[in-house]
Design a protein around this ligand. Structure first.
Ligand code: SF4
Length: 335
């Protein structure tokens, strides 16, 4: 592996600063590190985890992320950079398990960080990053020329001053004169890319579950959107583990078998009617009324108990908040 990393490809500081660009992804592919599971096998897992924790802490709690400096031999430089880059991907997948508010704060902070970082770069460098983010751009006489479709795709969510209708155009290209505006557009493209990643269903690998549960109590306290949304609809005393499953269910996110059992047994034990329980499962892509009713009947008939907190933890479905900890809960029903 040392030989592979050392000779096949050289990762640069640029790749480390811009892990989301096409050229970085291409290099990771060349290094055969594009798949997270392989990267975690090949690289130093502890270092990746520590970078990932730092990224999440710093971007979620608004402290600027300082990329590590690399002062070791050439092989180690490549390796450390690869670990730093992989931590970006891993942090994103972990944040995808958080509340909607936490995801928004995270992507907004990344947007601010890259706006600031890009502003401090030369115009030519900003142009390079723009093209590397699929924003077709060229620089002429100090102005950026962005192909109009890419401009439209990259400015979604920015203020009225970025509205396409008021831009200067030249032959299908939008003209941007100020470096600051161009930096904002490229950073916004990074934010939009991130939003897509954060809306995907997280990969079900142990490391994601582990990192997710490490942060979940703080996330639910700081960014409690998920719980309040669900609680508004259902009243109080919904433990975070069940609130998260409910939230996924109401959004139509595919639930795993164990999540379905946890949710259905919880609702049954709390006295919800069959009709109410159906409501939670109606948005599942494989929902069939008869099959769902069969399972509800089976769980009721067999007096099936809600999984205990210990089992929920083993299944990676426990996200305790302060109340869980204070009451030292044994079962979500005690919440
Ligand atoms: S401690 Fe129990 S109630 Fe709290 S989140 Fe974990 S499984 Fe749910």
């Amino acid at each position: 592996m040392r030989k592979d990393l050392f000779f096949v490809v050289e990762l640069t500081i640029y790749n480390m600063l811009f892990p989301m660009t096409n050229s970085t992804k291409r290099k990771l592919r060349e290094l055969k590190l594009y798949r997270l599971s392989r990267a975690l096998l090949v690289l130093d897992k502890d270092t990746i985890l520590s970078f990932t924790r730092n990224r999440i802490r710093e971007f979620l709690f608004k402290r600027p992320f300082t990329p590590m400096s690399v002062k070791t031999d050439k092989f180690m430089k490549v390796k450390k950079k690869a670990e730093s880059i992989i931590s970006y991907a891993l942090a994103n997948i972990v944040v995808a398990t958080f509340t909607e508010r936490a995801k928004t704060v995270y992507s907004d902070n990344i947007f601010s960080y890259y706006t600031f970082l890009l502003q401090s770069q030369r115009k030519t460098k900003i142009g390079v990053v723009a093209n590397d983010m699929n924003i077709r751009t060229y620089l002429l006489n100090g102005s950026f020329f962005i192909y109009f479709t890419d401009y439209l795709r990259s400015t979604s969510g920015l203020g009225r001053e970025y509205s396409f209708s008021i831009q200067n155009l030249d032959n299908g290209y939008v003209i941007i004169r100020e470096k600051k505006r161009m930096a904002t557009i490229v950073a916004n493209r990074i934010r939009l890319q991130l939003k897509t990643i954060l809306s995907r269903e997280p990969e079900k690998i142990d490391i994601i579950k582990q990192l997710s549960s490490e942060f979940m109590a703080d996330v639910l306290t700081e960014f409690p959107e998920r719980r309040t949304v669900v609680r508004r609809a259902l009243g109080k005393n919904i433990p975070p583990c069940i609130a998260i499953i409910m939230d996924k269910a109401t959004k139509g996110v595919h639930l795993e078998h164990q999540e379905r059992i946890a949710l259905a047994t919880f609702l049954i034990r709390k006295g919800y009617s069959d009709e109410d329980i159906h409501e939670f499962f109606k948005k599942q892509d494989d929902y069939k009324r008869r099959t769902t009713q069969y399972h509800i009947d089976w769980l009721r008939r067999n007096n099936y108990m809600v999984y205990g907190c210990k089992k929920m933890k083993t299944l990676g479905m426990c996200f305790p908040d302060q109340r869980c900890v204070a009451k030292n809960l044994k079962n979500p029903l005690q919440y």
